[in-house]
Design a protein around this ligand. Structure first.
Ligand code: 5RP
Length: 226
């Protein structure tokens, strides 16, 4: 359960993303408590969007409650902007996502977006990714096979029992990883037959990372670094 203080940081991270949102824009929207704060801010400030592409059934419900029209990615083409939270981030904008089990749709919407802004509180910013167990979505019949291959790569997979994604699949949370080469690990895991999506966002990382601390909000413009 987030403390009031952590929720307040999430709200401030969400508020700091608002200047990037233009009126009448088509927006991709992620999943989780930080993004829920963003949806609240959009509602409170009466920011008019052309519509939003949702990354989960959970976010679709929130959009409906906020009267923000939901659009189908198959009809929109690429999006100008995607905003989402993360479970862990490094200062290069590489992320671990999927704590809320929405990693596959999140990865698709991020891939289809020209700009990706990630909003987090400072507890999630780490020097080396891997303290947060890495979620991997797999097709049901491949669960044990994929787990054995992950052990060979040095990870400790734990089946997230009771969780089924919006796509009807189970999730393995991979513990004990110290992710020093995120692109290589993302590629290696993607090569395992039966893996649907790896919650490591290294090949498509965030372009802008907004990090809310106790008294400040930092904006790391990773895209501008070249
Ligand atoms: C969902 C995600 C979320 O972005 C991540 O879990 C962060 O959630 P929160 O904003 O609630 O901390 O990847 O699959």
């Amino acid at each position: 359960m987030p403390t009031d203080k952590s929720l307040e940081k999430k709200r401030r991270a969400a508020q700091a993303a608002v200047p990037y949102i233009e009126s009448g824009m088509l927006l991709g929207i992620g999943t989780g408590s930080t993004v829920n704060e963003l949806i609240e801010v959009l509602k409170e400030r009466k920011i008019q969007l052309r519509g939003a592409v949702s990354s989960s059934s959970q976010t679709s419900e929130k959009l409906k409650a906020a009267r923000i029209p939901e659009l189908d990615l198959n009809t929109t083409g690429d999006l100008p902007l995607y905003i989402d939270g993360a479970d862990e981030a490094d200062a290069d904008g590489v992320l671990i996502k999927g704590g809320g089990a929405a990693l596959t749709r999140e990865k698709v919407v991020a891939a289809a977006s020209k700009r990706f802004i990630c909003i987090i509180d400072d507890s999630k910013l780490v020097p080396v990714l891997g303290r947060f167990p890495l979620p991997v979505e797999v097709i049901p019949m491949a669960r044990s096979y994929v787990a054995r291959q992950i052990v060979k790569l040095g990870g400790q997979p734990v089946w997230r029992e009771g969780t089924v994604t919006d796509n009807g699949n189970p999730i393995l949370d991979v513990h004990n990883l110290k992710i020093t080469d995120p692109k290589a690990l993302e590629s290696a895991l993607n090569q395992i037959a039966g893996v649907v999506t790896v919650g490591l966002f290294a090949w498509r990382r965030a372009d802008i990372l907004i990090v809310a601390g106790d008294s400040d909000v930092r904006v790391l413009d990773i895209g501008a670094r070249g």
